[in-house]
Design a protein. Structure first.
Length: 307
């Protein structure tokens, strides 16, 4: 188990290094940040002065090494737009995004897994077809369209829920449900597929032959042995949720990292963009590390390196 965790940590650090390096060079390949900040009409003197102030007149390799050095020290730099440390801005917004993403994942798991299990145990019947149809809608619909329709129906027409802002539990419902649509659909489909295959295995037939109830066979045996694929997509959903949060936070005026990143891009605040990318990738890597550890707990073959 220790070897598994150490390997995953090493791979996570490599992933983090590649991602933050890619973010740095991508930002600097889009032209001079000073020109983007000041505008195309800025005089060469003003551009040169800002380049010197920001250290952008140094060789790119020197800037890159300085950027990595800052990250090693835990320094995410200072925002050009807000004149505050990027870490402070991110920590102010991070709880809102974590709250939204956690609520969306909870909804996706609590609803998606039972729906997938129901479809698997009713394969080919009406319940299976209904779950498949709902999953197809969840995968196909653009997230911003789902959000707009939710606002129009539940906030504007029925006045049941607030349309935006972060103000109490009620304001979390529509953004969380909107963000959960895609992971819920994918989890339901994968649970159905995995459980359908598991229910055909010999040990399931043997369990039924011993007189175990259908509910016990499904919950204690089939669902547990179908958990690995579900955990896999659970880890991958972290990245999708972070990217989806940008859209959802914009639609619902949710004050999280997505809104902060959008404002940073619009304001040409490249240091803040880099900082948000670093934090987002770090969250993704840590989440997948936790998922890999859970693999080993659920399936001893993975823990012992037999698969």
């Amino acid at each position: 188990m220790i070897k598994l965790v150490a390997t995953r940590i090493g791979l996570g650090l490599v992933t983090l290094f590649i991602a933050v390096s890619g973010a740095f060079f991508l930002v600097h390949s889009s032209g001079s940040p000073a020109v983007q900040i000041l505008g195309e009409s800025a005089s060469p003197e003003r551009v040169a002065a800002l380049n010197h102030q920001l250290g952008l007149d140094r060789p790119l390799v020197v800037q890159y090494l300085g950027f990595l050095g800052q990250l090693v020290r835990g320094d995410l730099g200072e925002s050009l737009r807000y004149a505050q440390p990027n870490a402070t801005l991110i920590m102010e917004r991070l709880p809102a995004t974590v709250e939204l993403a956690a609520a969306a994942l909870l909804i996706a798991l609590v609803v998606g897994v039972p729906l997938g299990a129901l479809a698997a145990t009713r394969e080919g019947r009406l319940a299976d077809r209904l779950v498949s149809a709902v999953s197809l809608v969840g995968v196909s619909m653009p997230i911003f369209w789902i959000g707009l329709m939710a606002i129009l129906f539940f906030a504007v027409r029925l006045h049941w829920l607030p349309a935006g802002q972060r103000d109490g539990l009620a304001s979390l419902v529509l953004p969380a449900v909107t963000l959960s649509a895609l992971p819920l659909a994918q989890i339901a489909r994968l649970t159905r597929s995995s459980m359908s295959e598991t229910l055909r295995q010999q040990f399931i037939t043997a369990s039924r032959a011993r007189g175990l109830s259908a509910a016990r066979v499904v919950i204690n045996h089939a669902l547990r042995n179908s958990a690995i694929p579900v955990l896999t997509i659970f880890g991958l959903q972290t990245g999708l949720l972070l990217s989806g949060a940008v859209t959802v936070e914009f639609v619902f005026s949710w004050p999280g990292l997505g809104t902060l990143a959008t404002n940073a891009v619009q304001g040409r605040d490249f240091t803040l963009v880099q900082a948000v990318v670093v934090v987002g990738v770090a969250v993704f890597v840590i989440t997948n590390l936790v998922v890999d550890v859970l693999y080993g707990i659920i399936d001893p073959r993975i823990r012992d390196g037999r698969v």
